[in-house]
Design a protein around this ligand. Structure first.
Ligand SMILES: C[S@@+](CC[C@H](N)C(=O)[O-])C[C@H]1O[C@@H](n2cnc3c(N)ncnc32)[C@H](O)[C@@H]1O
Length: 562
């Protein structure tokens, strides 16, 4: 990711196109001292992020007087899946809540208490005594220890059921919505499944590592002379250990072909390649990023291969490139140079080694250009579904009279898909490169009624809103921490007729919906929106992630005084 500027919104002078891009500047508050509101926001965000089970979640006074000791072993049954896909269990007799990674509902197991966290404890699974309900065979050989797909051996129907249940519980406990407000399946809709449950990811990033992580079960099979370095995915909880992976069932077929051909040869001593070591900071190869797009004319897949290395030595990479050059889908090979000790995939320079510098993808009838580091929805198939839902919720009249404010706009994809029915779209985003891409995407699709502004939405002040007309519809699509209290207060003040809140974290989503609908009680600020619908969408099968599209409308009485 590009570095996030530490101050407020800035001008971008790029006006590559003859379009009407005005790069406004809105003043940001310079004082970042924690105000009561920001403290509230932060505390709540932490609670919502961690999803500490609140007291209304079945915690009896009996359970509060009991606390298991660190190191103690307990026999437990997983009751349901909670936030981040952790199994929620209760200690028999006391009802005390413990959370455990990698256990699934119905599974009886022995766990060891590892740490206390607020009013619950975390345990690590030692042994399964009897398996969970809805057991299926996980098709991927790495599923039981790779950090990516935690629920591959849970039937897909059960995965959906638990995701839906989780959203409902968060809305009740964190969002404080009553059953009446939620009117289950009227306001809160059944989750939209993903039709494609494998090969849905258009981007995967593999790491090269000098320390191969071998799961305990596989240790006994380990042979003398086994490789110690690896190309694959980081072992859960380790920044320096890599699980060697020959293929990943979440990425496309051509991407797996490239991964296999790199795996076949990168360790050949004749090539002189070495994995980067995160401790000694020596070595050359850092990451292999594979992105799959589409030739928008033929509809056929096209692939970008991005090698992230610690220095620029193309002569070392070219023999690798030759190994997969016969894969027809590969249309672009780039090399990002990241010479810093940090291990991110964004380089300070980028060189094209073969073919084009970017690939393309189409979404909702528009064409988007994707370069190595630009943000694009990771599941293209389901993004089509998600964006259709957003469009439906936005409910634009289509007569070109309405103003859309697209907050956290990334590369402008949501705003641009709405632009043809709007008078004007204003997009706000913190990453400068994303703003550049948004302008480029507008140009590519001949969209002239869009303005993209770079700036930090966590640092807005009372002047925010002075540089654009009052919006008729606001789209807000923040990343996992949700919206800052300053933005919540702006939304409560501006009283826009409709907000479409798109969230990738149901915990912070529930918190923000509570503020918008019920108010910021600690500060005596009233809520002014009504939750009209909340639609969970499964964008990432086999993982704990849940996306939600929420429609909020201004509560009729609140319009007065706006
Ligand atoms: C979930 S993505 C949504 C992107 C876009 N709406 C889309 O659908 O492709 C969240 C976006 O918010 C941006 N972002 C994160 N924090 C921000 C902040 N404080 N101010 C403005 N933008 C921010 C991220 O860079 C990212 O592009």
């Amino acid at each position: 990711m590009a570095s996030i500027p530490s101050h407020g919104l800035r001008h971008l002078s790029t006006t590559r196109c003859s379009f009407q891009f005005h790069f406004h500047k809105f003043r940001s508050s310079t004082s970042l001292a924690a105000s009561p509101s920001s403290t509230t926001s932060h505390d709540d965000s932490q609670r919502a992020e961690q999803h500490d089970p609140p007291s209304s979640n079945g915690f009896s006074s009996k359970s509060q007087s009991y606390f298991p000791k660190r190191g103690q072993t307990l026999e437990l049954v997983c009751e349901s899946l909670a936030f981040k896909g952790k199994g929620l269990c209760k200690v028999s007799d006391t009802g005390f809540v413990v959370m455990c990674d990698r256990v699934l509902p119905g599974e009886r197991f022995v766990g060891r208490v590892t740490r206390r966290k607020g009013n619950y404890a975390e345990v690590t699974k030692l042994e399964t005594l009897s398996p969970h309900w809805d057991l299926v065979d996980a098709p991927c050989e790495y599923a039981s220890y790779c950090g990516g797909c935690k629920t591959q051996n849970l039937s897909y129907e059960a995965q959906l059921r638990y995701k839906e249940q989780q959203v409902h519980e968060l809305l009740t406990h964190v969002g404080k919505f009553s059953q009446k407000e939620l009117e289950f399946h009227i306001v809160m809709k059944p989750i939209v499944p993903c039709e494609i449950q494998f090969h849905y990811r258009n981007k995967m990033e593999f790491s090269f590592g000098s320390k191969r992580w071998v799961p305990k079960d596989a240790l006994k099979e380990k042979q003398e002379g086994d490789e110690i370095n690896a190309l694959g995915l980081h072992a859960p909880g380790f920044f320096d250990k890599v699980l060697n992976v020959d293929k990943c069932l979440l990425q496309s077929g051509p991407a797996n072909q490239v991964l296999a051909s790199v795996q076949e040869c990168w360790r050949d001593p004749l090539l002189g390649l070495s994995p980067y070591d995160v401790h000694s900071h020596k070595g050359f190869l850092k990451h292999l990023m594979l992105r799959t797009g589409r030739d928008v004319n033929t509809g056929l897949p096209e692939l970008m291969v991005n090698f992230v290395t610690s220095s620029y030595k193309p002569e070392l990479l070219m023999p690798l490139v030759e190994k997969f050059s016969d894969i027809p889908e590969v249309v672009s090979v780039v090399n990002n140079i990241n010479s810093s000790v940090g291990n991110t995939s964004v380089g300070e320079e980028e060189h094209v080694l073969y073919g084009k510098s970017s690939i393309r993808e189409s979404l909702r009838g528009l064409t988007f250009q994707i370069s190595a580091n630009s943000f694009f929805q990771t599941n293209t198939h389901q993004a089509e579904v998600l964006y259709r839902l957003i469009e439906e919720c936005a409910g634009l009249k289509g007569d070109g009279s309405e103003i859309v404010l697209d907050l956290f706009c990334g590369t402008g994809t949501i705003g641009l898909t709405l632009a043809k029915r709007a008078r004007h779209v204003y997009g706000y985003e913190v990453v400068p490169q994303a703003i550049k891409d948004a302008c480029l995407n507008a140009e590519l699709n001949s969209i002239c009624n869009a303005t993209f502004v770079q700036g930090d939405l966590n640092k807005i002040d009372q002047n925010f809103g002075n540089n654009f007309p009052k919006p008729d519809i606001i789209i807000s699509d923040p990343n996992r921490p949700g919206m800052h209290m300053k933005l919540i207060k702006f939304l409560l003040k501006i009283k826009t007729p409709r907000i479409v809140y798109v969230s990738c974290n149901p915990a912070t989503c529930a918190r923000d919906l509570d503020y918008l609908c019920h108010g910021v009680v600690e500060e005596g600020i009233k809520g002014c929106y009504t939750l009209k619908s909340l639609q969970p969408v499964d964008m990432f099968p086999h993982t704990p992630h849940i996306e939600c599209v929420c429609l909020l409308e201004l509560t009729p009485d609140s319009q007065m005084g706006s």
